[in-house]
Design a protein around this ligand. Structure first.
Ligand code: SF4
Length: 123
């Protein structure tokens, strides 16, 4: 397999290092531009199984507000993001909901739960 170079931005921390990643397919050969060791891990993950945290809102019935902010407890595979957003768009919770409560368990079979970001008391 031919050696290639890809340019990535490490999103592991706010530094946002510009990485120059030399790889053969999904195998990382070298990384330049990273200011810490996490940049190499990010490059390897991004080439083999890119993942992202998802934050959005879910409708709530009878709550102080009509929408509850939610987030994935861990990053999920990038190709599943829009499918997960569609599932969450169709959901409707019943208040009260407590911060950290599981809103959707094992989202799309990923093993990752979707959690409530805040309390949503009944009104
Ligand atoms: S390489 Fe290290 S310092 Fe740079 S953005 Fe990634 S985690 Fe932050």
């Amino acid at each position: 397999m031919a050696e290639e170079t890809s340019n990535l931005i490490c999103i592991t921390c706010p530094m946002g290092c510009a990485l120059s990643v030399t790889h053969e397919g999904k195998t990382v050969l070298s990384v330049e531009g990273n200011q810490c060791k996490w940049g190499k891990d990010y490059a390897a993950q991004e080439l083999s199984d890119p993942r992202r945290m998802v934050t959005t809102t879910v409708r709530v019935q009878g709550g102080l507000h009509p929408l509850l902010p939610v987030y994935t407890a861990a990053p999920i595979p990038k190709p599943l993001i829009f499918e997960l957003l569609n599932v969450l768009r169709e959901m409707e919770l019943q208040s009260p909901v407590h911060a950290g409560e599981i809103v959707l368990a094992n989202a799309l079979g990923t093993g990752v739960n979707v959690l409530a970001s805040r309390d949503m008391p009944a009104c």
